[in-house]
Design a protein around this ligand. Structure first.
Ligand code: DSN
Length: 427
Protein backbone atom coordinates (compact mmCIF):
# COMPACT_ATOMS: atom_id res chain seq x y z
CA UNK A 1 0.00 0.00 0.00
CA UNK A 2 1.41 3.43 -0.84
CA UNK A 3 2.23 5.89 1.94
CA UNK A 4 -0.54 8.38 1.07
CA UNK A 5 -3.14 5.62 1.26
CA UNK A 6 -1.76 4.52 4.62
CA UNK A 7 -2.14 8.02 6.07
CA UNK A 8 -5.57 8.47 4.51
CA UNK A 9 -6.80 5.22 6.07
CA UNK A 10 -5.39 6.21 9.46
CA UNK A 11 -7.33 9.45 9.27
CA UNK A 12 -10.51 7.71 8.02
CA UNK A 13 -10.36 5.19 10.84
CA UNK A 14 -10.95 7.99 13.34
CA UNK A 15 -14.12 9.08 11.53
CA UNK A 16 -15.56 5.97 9.91
CA UNK A 17 -14.14 2.71 11.17
CA UNK A 18 -16.64 0.63 9.21
CA UNK A 19 -15.79 2.06 5.78
CA UNK A 20 -12.11 2.00 6.73
CA UNK A 21 -12.24 -1.72 7.54
CA UNK A 22 -13.66 -2.48 4.08
CA UNK A 23 -11.08 -0.33 2.29
CA UNK A 24 -8.22 -1.95 4.23
CA UNK A 25 -9.54 -5.40 3.38
CA UNK A 26 -9.71 -4.54 -0.32
CA UNK A 27 -6.22 -3.05 -0.26
CA UNK A 28 -4.97 -6.27 1.34
CA UNK A 29 -6.79 -8.37 -1.27
CA UNK A 30 -5.11 -6.46 -4.07
CA UNK A 31 -1.70 -6.67 -2.37
CA UNK A 32 -1.82 -10.42 -1.85
CA UNK A 33 -3.38 -11.71 -5.07
CA UNK A 34 -2.23 -12.01 -8.66
CA UNK A 35 -4.52 -9.90 -10.85
CA UNK A 36 -5.02 -11.46 -14.27
CA UNK A 37 -8.27 -9.76 -15.29
CA UNK A 38 -7.34 -8.33 -18.68
CA UNK A 39 -9.31 -5.10 -18.18
CA UNK A 40 -7.82 -4.20 -14.80
CA UNK A 41 -4.64 -2.51 -13.69
CA UNK A 42 -2.96 -0.95 -10.66
CA UNK A 43 -2.76 2.84 -11.01
CA UNK A 44 0.15 4.88 -9.74
CA UNK A 45 0.01 6.87 -6.51
CA UNK A 46 -0.29 10.03 -8.60
CA UNK A 47 -3.40 8.73 -10.38
CA UNK A 48 -4.86 7.03 -7.30
CA UNK A 49 -4.76 10.26 -5.33
CA UNK A 50 -5.37 12.41 -8.40
CA UNK A 51 -8.97 11.20 -8.40
CA UNK A 52 -9.55 12.22 -4.79
CA UNK A 53 -9.13 15.98 -5.17
CA UNK A 54 -11.05 19.23 -4.66
CA UNK A 55 -12.13 19.05 -8.32
CA UNK A 56 -14.94 16.76 -7.14
CA UNK A 57 -16.68 19.72 -5.47
CA UNK A 58 -17.62 21.48 -8.69
CA UNK A 59 -20.41 21.44 -11.21
CA UNK A 60 -18.95 22.26 -14.61
CA UNK A 61 -21.63 21.41 -17.17
CA UNK A 62 -20.53 22.54 -20.59
CA UNK A 63 -17.00 22.60 -21.98
CA UNK A 64 -13.89 24.75 -21.33
CA UNK A 65 -14.75 28.40 -21.98
CA UNK A 66 -18.51 27.65 -22.17
CA UNK A 67 -19.86 26.50 -18.82
CA UNK A 68 -23.25 26.74 -17.23
CA UNK A 69 -21.74 27.52 -13.80
CA UNK A 70 -19.39 30.15 -12.44
CA UNK A 71 -16.08 29.38 -10.77
CA UNK A 72 -14.85 26.99 -13.48
CA UNK A 73 -11.53 28.65 -14.33
CA UNK A 74 -9.33 25.85 -13.00
CA UNK A 75 -11.71 23.20 -14.27
CA UNK A 76 -11.30 24.68 -17.74
CA UNK A 77 -7.53 24.44 -17.33
CA UNK A 78 -7.49 20.85 -16.14
CA UNK A 79 -9.98 19.70 -18.80
CA UNK A 80 -7.94 21.42 -21.51
CA UNK A 81 -4.79 19.74 -20.17
CA UNK A 82 -6.47 16.34 -20.30
CA UNK A 83 -7.72 17.00 -23.85
CA UNK A 84 -4.32 18.19 -25.07
CA UNK A 85 -2.53 15.21 -23.58
CA UNK A 86 -5.06 12.76 -25.03
CA UNK A 87 -4.59 14.32 -28.48
CA UNK A 88 -0.81 14.10 -28.21
CA UNK A 89 -0.98 10.52 -26.98
CA UNK A 90 -3.12 9.24 -29.85
CA UNK A 91 -2.02 11.68 -32.54
CA UNK A 92 -5.44 13.16 -33.28
CA UNK A 93 -7.05 16.60 -33.44
CA UNK A 94 -10.03 16.51 -31.07
CA UNK A 95 -10.78 14.82 -27.75
CA UNK A 96 -13.75 14.74 -25.41
CA UNK A 97 -12.58 13.64 -21.97
CA UNK A 98 -15.99 13.82 -20.25
CA UNK A 99 -17.51 10.34 -20.81
CA UNK A 100 -17.92 8.65 -17.45
CA UNK A 101 -17.05 5.25 -18.95
CA UNK A 102 -16.43 3.40 -22.19
CA UNK A 103 -20.09 2.41 -22.48
CA UNK A 104 -21.12 6.08 -21.98
CA UNK A 105 -18.64 7.10 -24.68
CA UNK A 106 -20.19 4.54 -27.00
CA UNK A 107 -23.70 5.69 -26.14
CA UNK A 108 -22.82 9.24 -27.17
CA UNK A 109 -21.38 7.92 -30.44
CA UNK A 110 -24.52 5.90 -31.26
CA UNK A 111 -26.63 8.94 -30.50
CA UNK A 112 -24.49 11.11 -32.77
CA UNK A 113 -24.63 8.86 -35.83
CA UNK A 114 -27.66 6.58 -35.61
CA UNK A 115 -31.42 6.97 -35.26
CA UNK A 116 -33.37 4.35 -33.32
CA UNK A 117 -33.72 1.24 -35.49
CA UNK A 118 -30.65 1.98 -37.61
CA UNK A 119 -28.27 -0.83 -38.47
CA UNK A 120 -24.65 -1.07 -37.36
CA UNK A 121 -22.05 -3.84 -37.74
CA UNK A 122 -19.97 -5.29 -34.91
CA UNK A 123 -18.52 -8.49 -33.47
CA UNK A 124 -20.91 -10.46 -31.26
CA UNK A 125 -20.19 -10.60 -27.50
CA UNK A 126 -19.36 -14.30 -27.37
CA UNK A 127 -16.75 -13.92 -30.12
CA UNK A 128 -14.98 -11.19 -28.15
CA UNK A 129 -17.20 -8.13 -28.58
CA UNK A 130 -18.67 -5.91 -25.87
CA UNK A 131 -22.09 -5.43 -24.28
CA UNK A 132 -22.34 -1.98 -25.84
CA UNK A 133 -21.71 -3.44 -29.30
CA UNK A 134 -25.27 -4.72 -29.68
CA UNK A 135 -26.06 -7.14 -26.84
CA UNK A 136 -29.85 -7.49 -26.75
CA UNK A 137 -30.30 -6.24 -23.16
CA UNK A 138 -27.97 -3.26 -23.68
CA UNK A 139 -29.17 0.09 -25.11
CA UNK A 140 -27.12 -0.72 -28.23
CA UNK A 141 -29.10 -3.87 -28.99
CA UNK A 142 -32.41 -2.58 -27.72
CA UNK A 143 -32.64 0.66 -29.69
CA UNK A 144 -30.44 -0.10 -32.70
CA UNK A 145 -30.09 -3.06 -35.03
CA UNK A 146 -26.77 -4.91 -34.85
CA UNK A 147 -25.54 -7.20 -37.59
CA UNK A 148 -22.51 -9.24 -36.55
CA UNK A 149 -19.52 -10.08 -38.67
CA UNK A 150 -17.91 -13.44 -37.92
CA UNK A 151 -14.55 -14.89 -37.03
CA UNK A 152 -12.94 -17.52 -39.22
CA UNK A 153 -14.58 -20.64 -37.75
CA UNK A 154 -12.83 -23.18 -39.99
CA UNK A 155 -10.18 -24.95 -37.89
CA UNK A 156 -8.23 -25.92 -40.97
CA UNK A 157 -7.47 -22.29 -41.81
CA UNK A 158 -4.28 -20.64 -40.48
CA UNK A 159 -6.29 -17.63 -39.30
CA UNK A 160 -8.78 -19.79 -37.36
CA UNK A 161 -10.70 -17.58 -34.88
CA UNK A 162 -9.25 -14.37 -36.31
CA UNK A 163 -11.65 -11.75 -37.67
CA UNK A 164 -12.97 -12.81 -41.05
CA UNK A 165 -12.40 -9.59 -42.97
CA UNK A 166 -13.87 -10.93 -46.22
CA UNK A 167 -17.03 -11.96 -44.42
CA UNK A 168 -17.12 -8.56 -42.67
CA UNK A 169 -17.09 -6.85 -46.05
CA UNK A 170 -19.76 -9.17 -47.47
CA UNK A 171 -21.98 -8.56 -44.42
CA UNK A 172 -21.58 -4.79 -44.74
CA UNK A 173 -22.32 -4.80 -48.46
CA UNK A 174 -25.47 -6.83 -47.78
CA UNK A 175 -26.82 -4.84 -44.80
CA UNK A 176 -25.25 -1.43 -45.48
CA UNK A 177 -24.86 -0.48 -41.79
CA UNK A 178 -24.57 3.23 -41.00
CA UNK A 179 -21.73 2.49 -38.59
CA UNK A 180 -19.03 -0.20 -38.52
CA UNK A 181 -17.66 -0.89 -35.08
CA UNK A 182 -14.36 -2.64 -34.36
CA UNK A 183 -12.30 -3.05 -31.19
CA UNK A 184 -13.06 -5.80 -28.69
CA UNK A 185 -13.03 -7.07 -25.12
CA UNK A 186 -11.75 -10.59 -25.61
CA UNK A 187 -9.93 -10.68 -28.93
CA UNK A 188 -6.22 -11.39 -28.69
CA UNK A 189 -5.10 -10.58 -32.22
CA UNK A 190 -4.04 -7.42 -34.04
CA UNK A 191 -6.94 -5.41 -35.46
CA UNK A 192 -6.45 -4.28 -39.06
CA UNK A 193 -8.21 -0.93 -38.80
CA UNK A 194 -7.50 -0.03 -42.41
CA UNK A 195 -9.63 -2.95 -43.65
CA UNK A 196 -12.64 -1.62 -41.74
CA UNK A 197 -12.11 1.85 -43.15
CA UNK A 198 -11.94 0.56 -46.71
CA UNK A 199 -15.34 -1.10 -46.29
CA UNK A 200 -16.77 1.94 -44.46
CA UNK A 201 -15.75 4.13 -47.43
CA UNK A 202 -17.32 1.66 -49.87
CA UNK A 203 -20.73 1.96 -48.20
CA UNK A 204 -20.51 5.49 -46.82
CA UNK A 205 -20.51 4.36 -43.17
CA UNK A 206 -18.87 5.85 -40.09
CA UNK A 207 -16.01 3.70 -38.84
CA UNK A 208 -15.68 3.59 -35.06
CA UNK A 209 -12.83 1.89 -33.22
CA UNK A 210 -13.52 1.09 -29.57
CA UNK A 211 -9.98 0.55 -28.29
CA UNK A 212 -10.97 0.28 -24.61
CA UNK A 213 -8.73 -2.71 -24.03
CA UNK A 214 -5.73 -1.90 -26.19
CA UNK A 215 -5.62 1.90 -25.78
CA UNK A 216 -2.21 1.92 -24.11
CA UNK A 217 -0.79 -0.38 -26.77
CA UNK A 218 -2.19 1.87 -29.53
CA UNK A 219 -0.84 5.03 -27.91
CA UNK A 220 2.67 3.60 -27.78
CA UNK A 221 2.78 1.88 -31.18
CA UNK A 222 2.81 -1.58 -29.62
CA UNK A 223 -0.47 -2.16 -31.50
CA UNK A 224 -1.31 -0.16 -34.68
CA UNK A 225 -3.05 3.14 -33.95
CA UNK A 226 -6.66 3.38 -35.21
CA UNK A 227 -5.85 6.90 -36.49
CA UNK A 228 -5.89 7.91 -39.28
CA UNK A 229 -8.24 5.09 -40.31
CA UNK A 230 -11.07 5.48 -37.81
CA UNK A 231 -13.50 8.38 -38.08
CA UNK A 232 -14.10 8.08 -34.34
CA UNK A 233 -12.17 6.35 -31.55
CA UNK A 234 -13.66 5.55 -28.15
CA UNK A 235 -11.85 4.08 -25.19
CA UNK A 236 -11.85 3.56 -21.48
CA UNK A 237 -9.01 5.13 -19.54
CA UNK A 238 -8.44 2.49 -16.86
CA UNK A 239 -7.32 -0.67 -18.64
CA UNK A 240 -3.94 -0.81 -20.40
CA UNK A 241 -3.99 3.00 -20.30
CA UNK A 242 -3.61 2.76 -16.49
CA UNK A 243 -5.66 5.83 -15.60
CA UNK A 244 -8.76 6.40 -13.47
CA UNK A 245 -12.00 4.65 -14.45
CA UNK A 246 -13.51 6.66 -17.27
CA UNK A 247 -14.10 7.13 -20.98
CA UNK A 248 -12.72 9.18 -23.86
CA UNK A 249 -13.83 9.99 -27.42
CA UNK A 250 -11.49 11.20 -30.16
CA UNK A 251 -11.66 12.20 -33.81
CA UNK A 252 -9.84 14.18 -36.47
CA UNK A 253 -13.03 15.70 -37.83
CA UNK A 254 -14.29 18.97 -36.35
CA UNK A 255 -17.90 18.43 -37.42
CA UNK A 256 -18.01 14.95 -35.86
CA UNK A 257 -16.35 16.32 -32.74
CA UNK A 258 -19.00 19.03 -32.37
CA UNK A 259 -21.77 16.50 -32.87
CA UNK A 260 -20.36 14.16 -30.24
CA UNK A 261 -19.75 16.99 -27.77
CA UNK A 262 -23.48 17.59 -27.92
CA UNK A 263 -24.40 13.92 -27.49
CA UNK A 264 -22.06 13.60 -24.47
CA UNK A 265 -23.48 16.75 -22.87
CA UNK A 266 -26.40 17.40 -22.79
CA UNK A 267 -27.25 14.27 -24.82
CA UNK A 268 -26.34 11.51 -22.42
CA UNK A 269 -24.60 13.06 -19.41
CA UNK A 270 -24.98 15.96 -17.01
CA UNK A 271 -22.14 17.39 -14.94
CA UNK A 272 -18.71 16.01 -15.85
CA UNK A 273 -16.75 14.14 -13.15
CA UNK A 274 -14.07 16.81 -12.90
CA UNK A 275 -12.04 14.87 -10.33
CA UNK A 276 -11.87 11.97 -12.79
CA UNK A 277 -10.91 14.36 -15.58
CA UNK A 278 -8.09 15.67 -13.35
CA UNK A 279 -6.84 12.13 -12.85
CA UNK A 280 -7.15 11.46 -16.60
CA UNK A 281 -4.84 14.42 -17.24
CA UNK A 282 -2.32 12.98 -14.79
CA UNK A 283 -2.55 9.48 -16.25
CA UNK A 284 -2.18 10.74 -19.83
CA UNK A 285 0.91 12.65 -18.67
CA UNK A 286 2.35 9.38 -17.36
CA UNK A 287 1.51 7.58 -20.59
CA UNK A 288 3.44 10.19 -22.59
CA UNK A 289 6.66 9.24 -20.76
CA UNK A 290 9.13 6.84 -22.43
CA UNK A 291 8.88 4.33 -19.56
CA UNK A 292 5.20 3.79 -20.35
CA UNK A 293 6.13 2.50 -23.79
CA UNK A 294 8.57 0.07 -22.16
CA UNK A 295 5.72 -1.02 -19.88
CA UNK A 296 3.37 -1.64 -22.83
CA UNK A 297 5.99 -3.71 -24.65
CA UNK A 298 6.48 -5.76 -21.51
CA UNK A 299 2.73 -6.33 -21.16
CA UNK A 300 2.68 -8.02 -24.57
CA UNK A 301 5.89 -10.01 -23.95
CA UNK A 302 4.43 -11.25 -20.68
CA UNK A 303 1.16 -12.24 -22.37
CA UNK A 304 3.06 -14.19 -25.02
CA UNK A 305 5.17 -15.91 -22.35
CA UNK A 306 2.01 -16.88 -20.45
CA UNK A 307 0.47 -18.26 -23.65
CA UNK A 308 3.54 -20.46 -24.22
CA UNK A 309 3.58 -21.68 -20.64
CA UNK A 310 -0.13 -22.55 -20.64
CA UNK A 311 0.13 -24.33 -24.00
CA UNK A 312 2.67 -26.67 -22.47
CA UNK A 313 0.04 -27.87 -20.01
CA UNK A 314 -2.37 -28.71 -22.83
CA UNK A 315 -4.60 -25.63 -22.75
CA UNK A 316 -5.87 -24.42 -26.12
CA UNK A 317 -5.50 -20.70 -26.74
CA UNK A 318 -8.32 -19.27 -28.85
CA UNK A 319 -7.13 -17.57 -32.07
CA UNK A 320 -3.87 -19.50 -31.65
CA UNK A 321 -2.20 -17.14 -29.16
CA UNK A 322 -1.93 -13.41 -28.66
CA UNK A 323 -0.56 -10.22 -30.18
CA UNK A 324 -1.78 -8.03 -27.33
CA UNK A 325 -2.27 -8.04 -23.57
CA UNK A 326 -4.87 -10.81 -23.29
CA UNK A 327 -5.55 -14.43 -24.07
CA UNK A 328 -8.67 -16.52 -24.18
CA UNK A 329 -8.13 -20.01 -22.81
CA UNK A 330 -10.36 -22.82 -24.09
CA UNK A 331 -10.49 -25.00 -20.99
CA UNK A 332 -12.21 -27.88 -22.75
CA UNK A 333 -8.99 -28.99 -24.45
CA UNK A 334 -7.47 -29.63 -20.99
CA UNK A 335 -10.63 -31.09 -19.44
CA UNK A 336 -13.94 -31.37 -21.28
CA UNK A 337 -15.92 -30.99 -18.04
CA UNK A 338 -14.07 -27.93 -16.76
CA UNK A 339 -16.13 -24.73 -16.93
CA UNK A 340 -15.00 -21.12 -16.78
CA UNK A 341 -17.24 -20.64 -13.77
CA UNK A 342 -15.48 -23.32 -11.73
CA UNK A 343 -12.03 -22.30 -12.94
CA UNK A 344 -12.63 -18.66 -11.92
CA UNK A 345 -13.86 -19.67 -8.45
CA UNK A 346 -11.11 -22.20 -7.77
CA UNK A 347 -8.38 -19.83 -8.93
CA UNK A 348 -9.79 -17.04 -6.78
CA UNK A 349 -9.58 -19.28 -3.73
CA UNK A 350 -5.91 -19.73 -4.63
CA UNK A 351 -5.32 -15.98 -4.92
CA UNK A 352 -5.32 -15.80 -8.73
CA UNK A 353 -8.02 -13.45 -10.03
CA UNK A 354 -9.45 -14.15 -13.49
CA UNK A 355 -12.80 -14.05 -15.26
CA UNK A 356 -14.81 -16.73 -16.97
CA UNK A 357 -15.41 -15.86 -20.59
CA UNK A 358 -17.36 -17.33 -23.47
CA UNK A 359 -15.28 -18.67 -26.33
CA UNK A 360 -16.25 -18.76 -30.00
CA UNK A 361 -18.98 -21.37 -30.54
CA UNK A 362 -19.30 -21.83 -26.79
CA UNK A 363 -22.22 -24.10 -25.95
CA UNK A 364 -22.34 -23.07 -22.29
CA UNK A 365 -24.25 -19.98 -21.05
CA UNK A 366 -22.40 -16.72 -20.21
CA UNK A 367 -22.52 -17.34 -16.44
CA UNK A 368 -20.84 -20.75 -16.95
CA UNK A 369 -18.72 -20.68 -20.16
CA UNK A 370 -15.93 -22.94 -21.39
CA UNK A 371 -13.26 -20.26 -21.30
CA UNK A 372 -11.12 -18.12 -19.10
CA UNK A 373 -9.82 -14.68 -20.11
CA UNK A 374 -6.39 -13.76 -18.79
CA UNK A 375 -4.39 -10.56 -19.22
CA UNK A 376 -1.06 -9.17 -18.13
CA UNK A 377 -1.49 -5.35 -17.65
CA UNK A 378 -1.75 -5.54 -13.84
CA UNK A 379 0.99 -8.09 -13.19
CA UNK A 380 3.32 -6.15 -15.49
CA UNK A 381 2.67 -2.96 -13.53
CA UNK A 382 3.58 -4.94 -10.46
CA UNK A 383 6.99 -5.72 -11.95
CA UNK A 384 6.52 -9.28 -13.21
CA UNK A 385 8.46 -10.33 -16.30
CA UNK A 386 8.51 -13.22 -18.80
CA UNK A 387 10.41 -15.42 -16.36
CA UNK A 388 7.54 -15.29 -13.88
CA UNK A 389 4.89 -16.51 -16.34
CA UNK A 390 5.78 -20.25 -16.15
CA UNK A 391 5.23 -20.07 -12.38
CA UNK A 392 1.81 -18.47 -12.86
CA UNK A 393 0.88 -21.12 -15.44
CA UNK A 394 2.07 -23.84 -13.07
CA UNK A 395 -0.14 -22.48 -10.27
CA UNK A 396 -3.11 -22.25 -12.62
CA UNK A 397 -2.65 -25.82 -13.76
CA UNK A 398 -2.16 -27.13 -10.22
CA UNK A 399 -5.46 -25.57 -9.16
CA UNK A 400 -7.45 -26.59 -12.22
CA UNK A 401 -5.82 -30.03 -12.44
CA UNK A 402 -6.78 -30.70 -8.81
CA UNK A 403 -10.46 -30.08 -9.59
CA UNK A 404 -10.46 -27.22 -7.11
CA UNK A 405 -9.26 -29.42 -4.26
CA UNK A 406 -9.39 -27.26 -1.12
CA UNK A 407 -6.01 -28.36 0.19
CA UNK A 408 -4.29 -27.72 -3.13
CA UNK A 409 -5.97 -24.31 -3.53
CA UNK A 410 -4.92 -23.35 0.01
CA UNK A 411 -1.34 -24.45 -0.67
CA UNK A 412 -1.20 -22.35 -3.85
CA UNK A 413 -2.84 -19.45 -1.97
CA UNK A 414 0.04 -19.52 0.51
CA UNK A 415 2.66 -19.54 -2.24
CA UNK A 416 0.92 -16.72 -4.13
CA UNK A 417 0.70 -14.62 -0.98
CA UNK A 418 4.41 -15.07 -0.29
CA UNK A 419 5.28 -14.33 -3.92
CA UNK A 420 3.22 -11.10 -3.89
CA UNK A 421 5.18 -9.80 -0.91
CA UNK A 422 8.17 -9.53 -3.24
CA UNK A 423 6.22 -7.22 -5.61
CA UNK A 424 4.50 -4.54 -3.53
CA UNK A 425 1.90 -2.33 -5.16
CA UNK A 426 3.76 0.95 -4.69
CA UNK A 427 5.07 2.43 -7.88
N1 DSN B 1 -15.97 -5.14 -18.46
C1 DSN B 1 -14.89 -4.83 -19.37
C2 DSN B 1 -13.99 -5.97 -19.58
O1 DSN B 1 -13.71 -6.66 -18.62
O2 DSN B 1 -13.52 -6.17 -20.68
C3 DSN B 1 -15.39 -4.30 -20.65
O3 DSN B 1 -16.11 -3.15 -20.40
Amino acid sequence: MDSLTVSYLEMLEQHDAEACRILRAEAARQETTIELIASENHVSQRVMHGIGTCLTNKYAEGYPGRRYYGGCRHHDEIEQLARDRAKELFGCKYANVQPHSGAQANMAVYMAFLEPGDTFASLVLKDGGHLSHGMHLNFSGRYFKPVHYPLVYDEAKPDFEHIDYDAMRALCLEHRPKMILCGYSAYPRTIHFEKFRTVADEIGAIMVADIAHIAGLCATGVHPNPFPHAHVVTTTTHKTLRGPRGGLIMTNDLELHKKMNTTVFPGTQGGPLMHAIGAKAIAFGEALKPEYKTYCRQVVSNAQALVSALSEYGYRLCSGGTDNHLMLVDLSARDADLTGKDAEAWLESAGIITNKNGIPKDTRPPMVTSGLRLGTPAVTTRGLREEHMPQIAAWIDRVLGSGGDEGECAAVRGEVREFCEGYPLEH
